[in-house]
Design a protein. Sequence first.
Length: 107
Amino acid sequence: MPVESLTDNEAAGYGRYAGCPSQADLERVFFLDDADMDLVNQRRGDHMKMGFALQLVTVRWLGTFLDDPLDVPASVLEFMAGQSAETGRTSCGSSPRSTRAPCGPTT
């Protein structure tokens, strides 16, 4: 996306989570349906499945991939892990970053 038309604040925030998505947004945008789960389950290992699922919902939410694919809010990671645990469709692990902020990426 050309950034010339954006303000400095908009350009700085482009392609990044600007805080935690609401619970309604998590349930609407970050829900993995059966077709999504078919794609996720083509990956090997729980860590690859979680990584792919996070990339999928991130590009859905932001419209782009993150420079650092691990810079997701803890609420997104917890929602994704909880969703897979509830359905039993895949068992995604927890975050590789133990210092993740409760809301927003650690920077």
